[in-house]
Design a protein around this ligand. Structure first.
Ligand SMILES: Cc1cc2nc3c(=O)[nH]c(=O)nc-3n(C[C@H](O)[C@H](O)[C@H](O)COP(=O)(O)OP(=O)(O)OC[C@H]3O[C@@H](n4cnc5c(N)ncnc54)[C@H](O)[C@@H]3O)c2cc1C
Length: 452
């Protein structure tokens, strides 16, 4: 046993879980690409317990990572020879009052929605998948179909309760300790552990009408996506590139409008002036909860086939409007990404830069960036294949970056010190100052690979 392991066991006693199965589970994540085994797992039940851990770990230089839903792609939530703080025990929600709710950071978004819907309310922006934790999504930023209207999931937070890396238990908001607030939202867990967040809520619609609009022409697809984002015709706007017959790709705008009562929306007005193939238009009406949970079915199917547990070398890029077309064409024609034609998913949808408020959320230049997400699965038991896919991610990142793009940093993408400095640009020194102030021993969230 190392000295640190001995000290940890002496300090936390039976609360420190060192069983093989627990260490093995915390040494992996959804990506199944990298592993780092911690010395132990702690399951705090309160901010005071998180504070105890950080006050102990800091002076000893013991790495501390937070695990919520465990959906990191490349070890972001792992802590080799350190402590994993498993926050799933901290998932208290509510009560829902006055169009807001305070939720503990270990709650999953599907648990948050289950608590708000009986009050006729919903978080205004949700990620596609509801199985990530509140803390995990707020630390990344959180993008979804309503981001072009309302901003990031993180932009809907009214107040945060945190414990900093130095062990300070603080409450922050735009008015109360705004510097800490700005360092935590979309801050990749570098400065503090989020204990709880007070979220703004909006009325949940009864139903939504979902249109799938198909395009063969990428130029027209991007122009229509941009127009729809700017005009805000729809409540939810996403889209995909999908393999077409033969070698090419086609594109699908997913345009969703919420409605209440018996009167459906005016499709003629909503779809006017768009260049999709009208013969291919697909329209369906869904209950709002059914729509919000739409990825659950994919999770069930992929869990049944086993793919959900295979390696996931995912890459999420944010492309400037001006170079989006050239990057999409280049990457989708790259032989290294051809497996996306058989399995996987390519998301391609617009955001509005002016709506993205969390200062640490890095976006490319221009008013209308696009999320370009290359979501694929590697066969298990073939580390060479998975490594080649990560290398392809790296090449795509470099290509896109040379045309003004940035990473949405929830990726299977090795990033160097220079990459991170480039990612944050002029905000790097503010982040580094915040890190030194709030996590002076640099113990928090090392798995993201930022070095200060
Ligand atoms: C199937 C799937 C679909 C996804 N869809 C979307 C999507 O539509 N939009 C989108 O934006 N993202 C999406 N993501 C990415 C996802 O939002 C991020 O990877 C998120 O960080 C995962 O959170 P988690 O709690 O599950 O992960 P974890 O691995 O538990 O945590 C991830 C990281 O978050 C930080 N963290 C977690 N909890 C806290 C806390 N309490 N305080 C401080 N830091 C914390 C830590 O640094 C940790 O390393 C998706 C991921 C998957 C696997």
């Amino acid at each position: 046993m190392t000295t640190q392991a001995h000290d940890l066991a002496a300090r936390f006693g039976p609360a420190l879980d060192t069983r093989w199965a627990s260490l093995d589970a915390s040494a992996q994540d959804f990506g199944h690409l990298v592993r780092a085994t911690p010395l132990g797992v702690l399951r705090p039940g309160s901010a005071a317990e998180i504070k105890d851990v950080l006050e102990f770990a800091g002076p000893r230089g013991i790495a501390v990572s937070v695990r919520g839903g465990g959906h990191s792609m490349y070890g972001q939530g792992q802590a080799g020879d350190g402590i994993v703080l498993d926050l799933r025990g901290m998932r208290r929600i509510g009560p829902v009052t006055d169009r807001q709710v305070t939720v503990q950071a270990g709650a999953l978004w599907r648990e948050v929605l289950a608590a708000t819907l009986p009050h006729g309310l919903t978080p205004p922006v949700l990620t596609d998948y509801l199985g990530a934790s509140v803390g995990g999504v707020l630390s990344a930023g959180g993008l979804g179909g309503a981001t072009h209207r309302h901003g990031l999931v993180a932009d809907q937070v009214l107040e945060l309760e945190v414990v900093t890396g130095a062990g300070d238990h603080r409450v922050c908001s735009p008015d109360r300790d705004p510097a800490l607030w700005g360092a935590v939202l979309a801050g990749l867990g570098q400065c503090a552990v989020i204990v709880a967040a007070t979220l703004r809520l909006a009325p949940a619609p009864d139903r939504v009408r979902r249109h799938c609009l198909y395009y063969t022409d990428l130029t027209r697809y991007l122009a229509d996506q941009r127009m729809l984002a700017e005009e805000q015709r729809f409540g939810h706007l996403e889209g995909q590139a999908r393999p077409a017959d033969g070698q090419g790709w086609q594109y699908m705008i997913e345009a969703v409008v919420p409605y209440d009562g018996p009167c459906p929306p005016d499709d003629g007005a909503l779809l006017a002036g768009l260049g999709h193939d009208p013969a291919a238009l697909e329209t369906e009406d869904l209950d709002y909860p059914q729509f919000a949970h739409r990825v659950d079915t994919d999770e069930e199917i992929l869990t049944a086939t086993g793919e959900w547990l295979h390696p996931h070398p995912w890459l999420n890029l944010l492309l400037p409007h001006d170079s989006a077309e050239s990057v999409v064409r280049a990457v989708l024609a790259d032989p290294a990404f051809q497996d996306l034609r058989d399995t996987g998913l390519v998301l391609l949808y617009p955001l509005l830069s002016a709506r993205l408020r969390a200062p640490l959320f890095t976006r490319p230049p221009g008013q209308v960036p696009y999320l370009f997400a290359l979501l694929r699965t590697a066969a298990p038991g073939s580390p060479e294949t998975a490594a080649a896919m990560v290398a392809a991610n790296r090449a795509a990142y470099e290509l896109a970056r040379s045309r003004g793009a940035v990473a949405y940093p929830v990726n299977a993408l090795p990033m160097s010190d220079a990459d991170w400095r480039d990612h944050y640009g002029s905000r790097w020194s503010a982040l580094a100052d915040a890190k030194r102030r709030h996590d002076p021993c640099l113990v928090l969230a090392r798995g993201h690979g930022l070095r200060f």
